[in-house]
Every structure is written in C-alpha cells, then in structure tokens.
Design a protein around this ligand. Structure first.
Ligand code: G1P
Length: 292
C-alpha cells in the first residue's frame, strides 16, 4: 500500500519557549525565514504525501492561515510587482496537496493526538511528523528515505538516531536485534527511560510510518510516562503482532524543542541560505573573534 497521509501533532502548548509561544504556536517559530512546521510539511511532500492532517488546539489558528491563501497579501504583492514574493507565498503548498484540521481538546499526549486523527485515516498506513525535530536529510528528506524502506517491506518504520546516554529521559528508546545495519527490527521500545533502564542508545526522533493496526492499541493504551497517552506504548504492543523497523536515517537532526537546538538550527540554516550564507559567515566569524 502507498502512504499518502501524514499527521502533524501541533496541539502542544510550547511552554519551553514562553513567552514567545504565549500567543504564537511554537510550530510557527521561524528557522531563518520559514516556520518549523513548513520544514516538516516539505519533508512529507517530498516523500509523496498529499493529505496533511494537523491535530491542533484553540491557539493554533496561525498554522491554518499559513497553509491557506491570503488574498489581501497576494493582491498587494501583485499590485507592487513583487512576483518573486508572490510565488513564494503561493507555492507553500503545491497543487494536489490538501490540508485537514482536527482538534485535540486537551493535551493528553502524542498517542492521544494521533488517535484524534483516526477518523481521517481509512485502513491505510500513514506518517507522523513532529515539527520540533527539524531534519536536514541532504539529497533525500528523512521521510523520503523512510518511505523507500516502507515500500520495500510494508512494515512500520520509526526514525532513530544515536543519543547521549544522559539524554535517554528525553526520548523513546528502542531495543533492536542488531545495530550493524541502518534498518533493523525493533524488539522493544520504552518512553523516556532512565539511562540505566534504556535498552540501547538509539532514540526515536519525530518521524514515523505506521500501519493502521496502531489505532487499536492506541484506543487501549492507558496514560504512561508523564501521565500522557504515549505513542511509544502503543508501538510496544504493535511490535508483538507486526514487524516494526528502526531506521537510522542519513542527515542531521536539530532538536528545535530545546532552545539550544533551535539556535543551532538557526545557525546551520543561515550558513546555507543562498542570500545570507556569505555575509552571515563573516558576522559569525567576527562575533567569535570578539568573544574569544
Ligand atoms: C516525543 C515522543 C518520543 C520521541 C520524541 C522525539 O517526545 O514521545 O518517544 O523520542 O518525541 O522528538 P516529546 O519530545 O514530545 O516529549
């Protein structure tokens, strides 16, 4: 089966970035000139996704507006002959890609957010992308790479990467049959274990392709780590009946859910921005020399 739908859980309060996120969704924070959510959407579209499902909450209207047309702005740009900017805003979503929005009424966790989108997914595999995890995959985006694995195996695929031992409490951590290949079978998965309890150093990052069987488990998953319904706990059940693969992708991930990761991503993306790279490099060098 082909994967054409992706879920973007965007209902979180973004408390780690207050006060910036008091009135603005954290997913709308820009890395240079593009909001985080747009990078995640571009990853999905590159992988062949045509239906974007956003699981939102009341304070996230800006996300809907971002992916809608803005008549006033477009007319203004047209009248002022700013064709390049007009194309930029009109091309945020290519032809043939549609958006749907479903509300998560209370913040009950990632598993609950995915379950909220069940009504929009038929009996078909789907992707889940967390905008906090910004991934520069290089030639192929992370989800594109995962899609190749899915198309060959038709099994659920979870993106993982090596994490520092003291960071296990921030991630879902997988137990795998081997670490010698970039695709391996998941034998177990635990949400935010202590370093001593962690089954490996492979942490889950925010890209998943899941078979629809996950919904049955999500419906029966009790609150877990942090008192929330965890996607990880439902995946732990899924792998008892189906193959679940862990995939070590090519590329660099930035944890934009943390301030340091966000700053790191801003620097990395500014250094490769076609209009800014050269000048920014000079500024950065001067800055480092001044503070050294
Ligand atoms: C979520 C998942 C976790 C995963 C992480 C990746 O946690 O629950 O398993 O490792 O995303 O970013 P969160 O960062 O929402 O606490």
């Amino acid at each position: 089966m082909k994967v054409t739908k992706a879920i973007f859980p965007v209902a979180g309060l973004g408390t780690r970035f207050l006060p910036a996120t008091k009135a603005n969704p954290k997913e709308m924070m820009p890395i240079v000139d593009k909001p985080l959510i747009q990078y995640a959407v571009e990853d999905a579209i590159a992988a062949g996704i045509t239906e974007l499902i956003f699981v939102t909450s009341s304070s996230k209207r800006a996300i809907e507006d971002h992916f809608d047309s803005n008549f006033e702005l477009e007319l203004n740009l047209l009248e002022r002959g700013k064709q390049d900017l007009l194309t930029l805003v009109q091309d945020i979503l290519p032809e043939g890609v549609s958006c749907a929005y479903v509300r998560q009424k209370s913040p009950r966790g990632l598993g609950h957010a995915v379950l909220c989108a069940k009504q929009l997914i038929s009996n078909e595999p789907f992707a889940v992308l967390l905008a906090d995890d910004l991934i520069d995959g290089g030639e192929k985006t992370c989800l594109q790479q995962m899609m190749t694995v899915f198309n060959q195996t038709q099994a659920s695929v979870i993106a993982v990467e090596s994490i520092a031992p003291h960071e296990t409490k921030k991630y879902g951590v997988v137990d795998v049959n081997t670490k010698n290949t970039n695709v391996c079978t998941v034998r177990g998965i635990v949400e935010k274990p202590s370093p001593l309890e962690a089954p490996s150093d492979l942490g889950v990052v925010g890209r998943y392709i899941l078979t629809p069987s996950i919904f049955t488990f999500l419906e029966n998953t009790a609150a877990g780590s942090g008192g929330e319904i965890q996607l990880t706990d439902a995946i732990a059940k899924l792998l008892e009946i189906e193959t679940v693969l862990a995939f070590q992708f090519q590329g660099k991930r930035f944890d934009c859910g943390s301030k340091l990761g966000y700053l790191q991503a801003t620097i990395a993306y500014a250094l490769k921005h076609p209009e800014l790279a050269d000048d920014f490099q000079v500024i950065l060098r001067e800055f480092i020399e001044c503070t050294a």
